[in-house]
Design a binder for this molecule. Structure first.
Ligand code: HEM
Length: 185
């Protein structure tokens, strides 16, 4: 009887875990992310789930080209920690962990500035202009070209969408928002 109860408990626990387990596959499942915030109506939504020492992020955007998120900028774009997803039709996806050096760029990759590419996993999908880019990184990567994400603390974010898949080309749309990276749920 005890063994049966234990088996039921283990099954129930793994079923509830599976219900929200994040799968970095370029698709956003119904219960996959704990939180979502629209950063720009009909243009850019951010989904996230914090799990231990890491954060899973999904950018869902309307974009002909790249999608990008920048953490904690100074003036306009300066000193923001940027993440880029370059998702082609068919799902072939490249990711860049970048750092913006000036008010209006440039934003070289961390690896080209003596830092590291700190994304642990990424994947994307595209259907026309509808793009999903998912990725995972540590909350605190310890790289000087990454900002620390503190659960529950408010952070300024910038977002942008590109005209094409060229990492250095200027955005078609861009904006800023404030967001509290909640961890519970
Ligand atoms: C090579 C890439 C980029 C270039 C050349 C660039 C250049 C500029 C310039 C010149 C402006 C002033 C306003 C305008 O002319 O539209 C601007 C504004 C802005 N950029 Fe960028 N940018 C780039 C990438 C990014 C990225 C990746 C983000 C966000 C992750 C971003 C976020 C913003 C925001 C929030 C503004 C202010 C809002 C606005 O004016 O649209 N930019 N950028």
């Amino acid at each position: 009887m005890k063994t049966r109860c234990l088996a039921i408990l283990v099954f129930a626990a793994s079923a509830s875990l599976a219900a929200w387990a994040v799968d970095i596959d370029g698709r956003i499942g119904p219960a996959e992310y704990a939180f979502s915030q629209v950063l720009a109506k009909d243009t850019f939504t951010l989904h996230w789930r914090i799990e231990g020492d890491r954060i899973h992020l999904a950018m869902e955007a309307l974009s002909k080209g790249w999608v990008s998120l920048g953490f904690d900028p100074g003036a306009v774009m300066a000193r923001s920690d940027m993440l880029f997803g370059l998702v082609a039709e068919g799902g072939k996806t490249e990711a860049v962990d970048a750092w913006c050096t000036g008010t209006f760029g440039p934003h070289p990759a961390d690896v080209d500035q003596g830092g590291r590419g700190d994304l642990l996993a990424w994947a994307g999908s595209r259907s026309g202009d509808r793009v999903v880019f998912e990725c995972t990184r540590l909350l605190d990567t310890k790289d000087k070209f990454d900002k620390v994400i503190v659960p529950g603390a408010e952070m300024k974010l910038i977002w942008a969408t590109g005209r094409d898949l060229v990492f250095t080309s200027k955005h078609a749309k861009a904006g800023a928002a404030k967001l509290r990276f909640e961890a519970a749920k």
